[in-house]
Write a protein that binds this ligand. Structure first.
Ligand code: NA7
Length: 453
């Protein structure tokens, strides 16, 4: 192997693409050779819609969990790139909560905006099967399979960036009696179209983003009712008529659901909105992250560099429970790329210093009391990382918008997507929707743009 660094990026979603783009824009004398492996036939990661569920056309686990009529659940102004604003891409102001296709287009616009064709670095339809760290030679052996050709190959890299996402392997808990339930049972990862539940009484298990959105989607598209059942804490929103919350589901008997408060209800369908499992089956055990979904995973310097093994050459991206998304990924990407290229002043630090820094963040994480604390924590994390590389995502100003968004949701869960936010980079105030989100039944870009005033 020559002295030139060789970086393997696993995944061409928002994280992997951010890393790829940063490498491609860096100075030639420090730029490593980069290969990005992507299981799907295109870039975009979870932003790619597919009708497929379970396994894909090659028998691989389906990555995508997006559904028709999914609109952003956070303001676009909170995920805007300072150096590629929504005005830069769309050339006219658009409302604050776009449907999925509009956000995907924005991402793709960024990836195709430069002089370099990023596609040339990506091996599409190629799944990584095995990653092993070689202590003696301080490099990684990566085995991948070209799914179309059915051919596997082995390559050696000096660094590996794991960017496979955290919302692709569903967590499916068991409830007594669920095997005999007479209706449809589905995890939110397999949910594609709320119209399927028209006229039905839906039971939603879970009390987080998917539970909230699927309950609302179902009602919007004609379900009779939705009961959301919580384990730790109810969502507590002022729900529209037809949605209610009950304590944890204990068991099912035919199509009757029994809850922890002693109540019961007849239901026609069950939507398990019970989150996801972290899964990195292609990594050897000692390289594999142990944390579950959290605001700052254990054993990662700057939430990216794996401290337990891998010789300081294995990086993860986008692992945190997320408020900030695109700009957090971008910040992590800049930091990771520059770290690998050796262009961050003061880095690399000693193992003891890195561990102390990571443990500080984990200690702070343990004091977090709720969403508003989480938002400030994530803003501080991004501010810390971006300061080290001179990037300006204005995390603190964006945090103020997230706080407002949380208040808007508490005030009215039906209308929070009708609110308008102001870009911290361009000053553009988003137009409002002519017809509200609750009454908007066409999620195409054309309808969305026409629907603004
Ligand atoms: P989350 O945010 O991980 O939430 C999972 C929810 O599922 C959460 O309320 C959990 O309750 C609940 N859960 C998990 N296991 C169980 C069992 N066994 N019984 C009852 N309830 C359970 O996943 P989401 O899909 O909502 O959101 C993931 C991302 O997708 C999010 O960032 C969005 O932007 C889109 P807990 O609070 O742990 O008791």
């Amino acid at each position: 192997m020559s002295d030139r660094k060789r970086v393997c990026i696993i995944g061409a979603g928002p994280c992997g693409m951010a890393a790829l783009r940063n490498f491609s824009q860096s100075a030639l004398d420090v730029r490593p050779e980069v290969v990005c492996y992507e299981k799907q036939n295109t870039w975009g990661g979870l932003w790619n819609f597919t009708w497929l569920t379970g396994t894909d056309e090659y028998g691989e686990p389906c990555h995508g969990g997006q559904y028709k009529h999914l609109w952003s659940n956070g303001p676009k102004e909170c995920l805007e790139f300072p150096d590629y604003t929504f005005d830069d891409h769309f050339r006219c102001p658009i409302p604050s909560f776009p449907p999925r296709a509009v956000l995907r287009e924005y991402l793709e616009g960024r990836w195709t905006n430069g002089d370099d064709d990023l596609r040339k670095y990506i091996k599409f339809n190629t799944v990584v099967r095995n990653v092993v760290y070689n202590d003696a030679s301080q490099n990684f052996t990566v085995v991948s399979t070209d799914l179309k050709a059915g051919v596997s190959s082995t390559e050696v890299f000096s660094h590996v960036i794991v960017a496979v996402g955290i919302f692709n392997v569903p967590n499916k808990p068991h409830f007594d009696g669920i095997d005999t339930f007479e209706g449809r049972i589905m995890h939110s990862h397999d949910f594609r179209d709320a119209k399927e539940f028209k006229g039905q009484r839906v039971l939603v298990v879970g009390a987080s983003y998917s539970a909230e959105d699927l309950a609302m989607q179902c009602l919007k598209f004609g379900a009779k009712s939705a009961i959301c059942t919580w384990r730790t804490k109810p969502m507590g929103f002022k729900w529209p008529k037809g949605i209610e919350e009950r304590p944890l589901l204990l068991r099912l008997d035919s199509n009757t659901a029994y809850f922890k408060d002693g109540s019961s209800a007849k239901v026609d369908a069950i939507l398990l909105c019970t989150g996801y499992r972290y899964a990195f089956p292609f990594l050897e055990d000692r390289l594999r992250l142990q944390s579950g979904l959290t605001m700052y995973p254990d054993d990662l310097y700057k939430a990216t560099l794996w401290l337990r093994s891998g010789g300081g050459r294995l990086f993860y991206m986008g692992l945190q429970d997320q408020y900030f998304s695109y700009t957090m990924f971008e910040t992590e990407a800049i930091w990771t790329c520059r770290y690998i290229m050796g262009t961050i002043p003061g880095e690399p630090k000693s193992q003891a210093e890195m561990r102390a820094d990571a443990e500080n963040w984990v200690a702070r994480r343990k004091e977090l009391k709720g969403p508003h604390d989480d938002i400030d924590f994530q803003a501080d994390f991004i501010a810390d990382l971006s300061a080290a590389v001179g990037y300006k995502p204005e995390a603190k100003k964006v945090a103020d918008m997230f706080h407002k968004w949380e208040h808007d949701k508490d005030a009215d869960i039906v209308s929070y997507r009708d609110q308008s936010f102001q870009s911290v980079f361009t000053g553009t105030v988003a137009p409002t929707l002519k017809s509200t989100w609750w009454r908007a039944f066409d999620d195409s870009k054309e309808a969305f743009v026409k629907n603004s005033e």
